[in-house]
Design a protein around this ligand. Structure first.
Ligand code: FES
Ligand code: FES
Length: 160
């Protein structure tokens, strides 16, 4: 299998990597950069566990061959916090107990962050619709919607 050099900026940090032509971005993040917050769930764009952000939009990294991501700047769940300070979405998920087994949580908080970039004033219907591509096997959707609403309120308050 041929190897290809790629560059990636992940959570603000540049990386140069050699990847196989059939290697998926999710696996490069997990196995080469050890950013294991990005989960490999279904591998077929059905569950959202592998969600990352590019240009403030959420994308599923199990759908992206790493060679296609050459030159991309991306954010993973690890890049949402600033040092020890959790992002408003992460904090709200913790405060409102919107985490059960935690497997879906990194993808969910990345998608919720993209949601709030797109719409800082979402209502519950918008949130439920936006999160529909992220599956939670523990079915904690009510607490998650409330957490996104709480994060939106906190971000608005902080912006004033
Ligand atoms: S692992 Fe990518 S959507 Fe399920
Ligand atoms: S918290 Fe367990 S899958 Fe969502």
């Amino acid at each position: 299998m041929s190897m290809h050099p790629i560059t990636l900026k992940v959570n603000g940090k540049p990386h140069t990597l050699l990847v196989k032509s059939n290697e998926l971005l999710v696996n490069v993040l997990r196995d080469k950069l050890f950013l294991t917050g990005t989960k490999y769930g279904c591998g077929i764009a059905e569950c959202g566990a592998c969600t990352i952000m590019k240009d403030k939009r959420s994308i599923m990294s199990c759908l992206v061959p790493a060679v296609v991501a050459d030159g991309w700047e991306i954010t993973t769940s690890e890049g949402l916090s600033k040092g020890d300070k959790l992002s408003p979405v992460q904090e709200a998920f913790v405060d409102l107990a919107a985490i059960q087994c935690g497997f879906c949580t990194p993808g969910m908080v990345v998608t919720a962050t993209a949601l709030l970039h797109e719409n800082p004033n979402p209502d519950e219907d918008f949130i439920r619709d936006y999160l529909r591509g992220n599956f939670c096997r523990c079915t904690g959707y009510v607490a998650m919607s409330k957490a996104v609403l709480a994060a939106a309120a906190k971000m608005k308050e902080e912006a004033q």
